[in-house]
Design a protein around this ligand. Structure first.
Ligand code: BTN
Length: 254
């Protein structure tokens, strides 16, 4: 285990910096990659002033929650990069599950591809960004985990760990997260995606249910039948079986 001046603890082979205020930990991690930082750098901030969400949305980032981004260089061969969002979701699920008492873990679920829900409400969002840099492809996986507050969002219901009765300090959660991430990434790189895909499916919300997937410019409704071998969502409806690579999933009651 290493602790870098930041007071944050992360596993060997990783480093972490803890910032007070930053625009976006994702942007900061990309910037540091550009400046030559080694793969495995975590950027954690107490507050973000320009937190980024999926599809160009913003991510409310006042102090009290965990805002963390992991920068990786060439994490795996290009053909397998599409698996990463699910591997990251699994690691976040592991970390949050560890912070909960065992009886509460059944309420934790993953929404495709990588939101973490507690009792159906969003507890964590993940944004993965990539940049080609001379000599390597840089990937940044950014996580916002609601520890003590959550925004009021029109699109979906949200919650935080304190609201559901399990207040957790962001720094304590980061220690669990960095550990879980190192473990899942090692499992992924050293083996095939299949066991991780199975683990993801075992924690997924909505398999076998009718869902709506909002894609750029259209919506599709169908039964969420599972994942293809690469982690894409499989949706069955009257038109047949559709394989979806990106989109926002909505359940019957969310
Ligand atoms: C989503 O829209 O669900 C994804 C939200 C991702 C937010 C996190 S907070 C840490 C990292 N830095 C950012 O600017 N965004 C991600």
């Amino acid at each position: 285990m290493t602790t870098e001046g930041s007071g944050l603890v992360c596993p060997d082979g990783y480093a972490a910096i803890h910032l007070d205020d930053v625009g976006s930990t994702n942007a900061e991690a990309l910037e540091r990659a550009q400046q030559g930082a080694a793969s495995g750098l975590w950027v954690v901030a107490r507050r973000q002033t320009a937190g980024r969400g999926r599809r160009g949305r913003s991510w409310t980032s006042e102090p009290g929650n965990l805002y963390a981004s992991l920068m990786l260089r060439d994490p795996i061969e290009d053909a397998r990069l599409g698996e990463l969002p699910l591997v990251v979701a699994l690691a976040v699920h592991d970390a949050v599950a560890t912070a909960l008492p065992p009886f509460a873990r059944a309420d934790l679920a993953i929404k495709w591809p990588n939101d973490i829900l507690y009792a159906g409400a969003k507890l964590c969002g993940i944004l993965i960004e990539a940049a080609g840099m001379p000599g390597s492809r840089v990937i940044v996986a950014g996580m916002g985990i609601n520890c003590s507050h959550h925004p009021d969002v029109a699109l979906y219901s949200a919650t935080d760990l304190a609201e559901v009765g399990y207040p957790t300090e962001p720094e304590a959660l980061f220690a669990l997260l960095s550990e879980a991430m190192a473990r899942r990434l090692a499992e992924w790189r050293e083996g095939s995606f299949a066991p991780l895909r199975d683990a993801w499916l075992a924690r997924a919300r909505g398999i076998g249910e009718t869902i709506v997937v909002r894609l750029p410019g259209r919506e599709v409704t169908g039964v969420f039948t599972g994942l293809d071998p690469d982690g894409r969502l499989l949706l069955r409806n009257d038109q047949g079986l559709e394989t979806i690579s990106a989109g926002d999933v909505f359940f019957g009651h969310s």
